[in-house]
Design a protein around this ligand. Structure first.
Ligand code: NAD
Length: 255
């Protein structure tokens, strides 16, 4: 049987990487997927791939940092599909540099996409979930919320914030039948990580090798590895999980 039959799922940043892999997996499990991305070409491609596989999806462009844009997306989704059962706050950007290397405008951008970009979809979706006394929210944190990695100051701060926010939200909304959990991936091979490798190592090949060594598997994760964990959180199989961090990190260790 399909694990997300009749569920409506909104995934932010679903035009690439983990969000895209999750959109494809969820649609294959019977969900109707609202594919959000900042970039229409990428989001529309995700929808095309879902439809080609016989699934159901709808692209809605929105910038998760912009209240008017997020509110319009949620209104359109509710107008078209009647409800949102699962909100997966996946969109995020990388931030490289130790504190003294990070310029204020770059700091603000990372805070905006990675924290405000979780807050705003929650703000506009949760009232609908409260009204229905049912909902499921998955927030994208990272294993970096709990371990120190070099030159990742802004990014670490945002992912720690998302984990704390997840726990706080869970307390506020448990009485409305809303679950809120967090994903903590290790290093997953996506365009996001390829960009990080290209821009932060003098020798990207050596950078790649050092990141592999940091994980007990000796290999990076794949977007599908995280998508499967997200599917578990999105389904009722995880109904006894509330405010929890779920690690998908290949046994990451300090490097
Ligand atoms: P990715 O860059 O492949 O995909 C992110 C998508 O988000 C892109 O399609 C991008 O266009 C979209 N996006 C960016 N800003 C947006 C905005 N303002 N509004 C709407 N969409 C926006 O990245 P990924 O590696 O798949 O990462 C997805 C999430 O997983 C991020 O939150 C990231 O921090 C987190 N994460 C990734 C890894 C990893 O190793 N790849 C590890 C831990 C956590």
């Amino acid at each position: 049987t399909m694990r997300l039959k009749d569920k409506v799922v909104l995934i932010t940043g679903a035009g690439s990487g983990i969000g895209k892999a999750s959109a494809l997996l969820f649609a294959g499990e019977g969900a109707t997927v609202i594919v959000n991305d900042l970039e229409p070409a990428k989001g529309e491609e995700t929808v095309r791939e879902i439809e080609a596989a016989g699934g159901s999806a709808l692209f809605i462009q929105a910038d998760v940092t912009d209240p008017a844009s997020v509110k319009a997306m949620v209104d359109t989704a509710i107008g078209r599909l009647g409800r949102i059962d699962v909100l997966f706050n996946n969109a995020g950007i990388s931030g490289v540099g130790a504190i003294h290397e990070v310029e204020p405008d770059v700091w603000d951008k990372v805070m905006n996409v990675n924290i405000r970009g979780v807050y705003l979809p929650c703000k506009y979706v949760i009232p609908h979930m409260m009204e229905r006394r049912s909902g499921n929210i998955i927030n994208m944190s990272s294993c970096i919320a709990e371990i120190g990695l070099a030159r990742r100051a802004s990014y670490s701060a945002t992912k720690g914030a998302v984990l704390a926010l997840t726990k706080s939200m869970q307390v506020d909304y448990a009485e409305y039948g809303i679950r809120v959990n967090a994903l903590l991936p290790g290093t997953i091979l996506t365009p996001f990580v390829e960009h990080y490798l290209r821009t932060s190592y003098a020798d990207p090949e050596e950078g790649f090798a050092s990141i592999k060594r940091r994980q007990l598997t000796g290999e990076l994760g794949r977007p599908e590895d995280v998508a499967k964990a997200a599917l578990f959180l999105a389904s009722d199989e995880s109904k006894f999980m509330m405010g929890s961090p779920l690690y998908i990190d290949g046994g990451v260790v300090f490097g």
